[in-house]
Write a protein that binds this ligand. Sequence first.
Ligand code: SF4
Length: 542
Amino acid sequence: GGNRQSGLTFAPEAGTQRMRDIVNKGLTNEELLRGVKTAWEQGWDKIKLYFMIGLPGETDADVLGIAETVAWLQRECRAKGRKPLSFNLTISNFTPKPHTPFQWHSVSTSEFKRKQNLLRQEFRRMKGVKVNFTDVRLSAMEDFIGRGDRRLASVLRRAWELGAGMDAWYDSIERAFSAWGSAISEVGLTWKYRQVENGEWNVMEARCERQEEDTFHPTLPEGQSTSPQPQAPSPSFDAPLPWDYIDTGIDKQWLKADLERAYSAATVPDCSFDGCSHCGVCGVDFGHNIVIEPPPIGQFAGHFVPNNTKVQRLRIWFGKLGDMALVSHLDLLRLFDRAVRRAALPISFTNGFHPSPRISITQALPLGVTSSGEIVDFELTQQLEPETFRQKLSSQLPGDIPIYQVTSIELKDPSATKILSGAEYLLTVATPVSVNLVQWQEWVEKVKDLDTIWWEQTTKSGKTQMVNLRDRLFELEVVEPKNRSSSEDNDSVILRYLGSCQQDGNKLRPEHITYMLEQVAQVEFQLLHIHRNRLLLEAVIK
Ligand code: SF4
């Protein structure tokens, strides 16, 4: 059973066998062709391929090998009366990572651009190939961050303050790049970023740091001189690396030897199945490599046929507690999908080319937030007693996803998302200095006494608008610590609030509560923990 995947992706990584041997990919041209041809014969007429450029030891012939490989695969997958196989290619710029043999490798931004242009010219001549190149600025920034040292901490904080969040690159590359660029410049590391861009990375570090002396003054522990220690530029191989102090078990000498092996295109066998290359991992500290045999592949039971009959709809109230707070919304959907299948529950599937199980979670919970009041709807192909459903589903879910209640609703009833009107939260909020309960209550009352508290909101289309947060707040109170005397100081409390939570974006988020408190208290608050207590549906809140 399960969902049909919308695309099929292969990752040959490099365009020539030599390069694939350098990166120890362990994939031959024949194997690649066999995989692609099998998919084509099974009905796929579009395949995604993932390649990298800028790998160590790469020549222009290797770069052009990517286009040659794609052309060859197209030639091999042709038949009369059949649409020719088309490809969606992603070509990324290789970004070296610490603790790998390629941790000393660098490629300049201009070299990446030149290689991208070489490929653009080749692909211009080919039909049925869509190519997506990774922005060279994104790669340079990834490299700067990936191989940064402790000075990076200030950059990360500042970039975050300037709006460079997790998805910022995908929302707007210009805005994200500008936030990172400003953060790097404010911390005085522009010279280091330029090094990465120029492909120099840790070469000449000592000299550049001396040049930077006028603008960058790290705080040193008391008693230490701030004058730079003169050092000759050291060859990058022998220079200490910022992450050397982390013991992954792999010997640095082995990494150097492996880089040399890579340059000579010698492949290193996977030690799970073939000889040990003495990388240093096995030993008293890390134990030994134990290979667990995969379980036998079961008998093919025929292709999955989705059943889209809808006979019953169940609404479930559940919790997301403890470590489960770290399971993302999409992973939670997958978790329910798997639990339903393991419990052999008769779930109904959507129609169309990509049928998916009819499981709909009412309101995504942000990562890290716990809850005891989530709602999910399931549509079934057969009638089941709600209690039987609860028991079967619970038996396949982790203990921190408790099921509180299961109710049967009409098939035609509106979705819980549509009738969602409010949400109740418990917030653990801290102040920089300890204050007593009386002070907390005073701040809470002040917020409640106000008629308007304006907040500038940016819409999805990028427009800004002012919203009155006070309109969205229904209840607010201090609930903990209950048995603390009102004069006793403490730096955190638990607040309970009930606010609007509607599908159209009329939502009162936890950070809005701290903002409102900051307006009346003139103190900066910190949200230590968020717990969603319950979601309220229209029929419940009057
Ligand atoms: S067997 Fe152990 S020491 Fe040998 S290569 Fe594998 S991980 Fe390294």
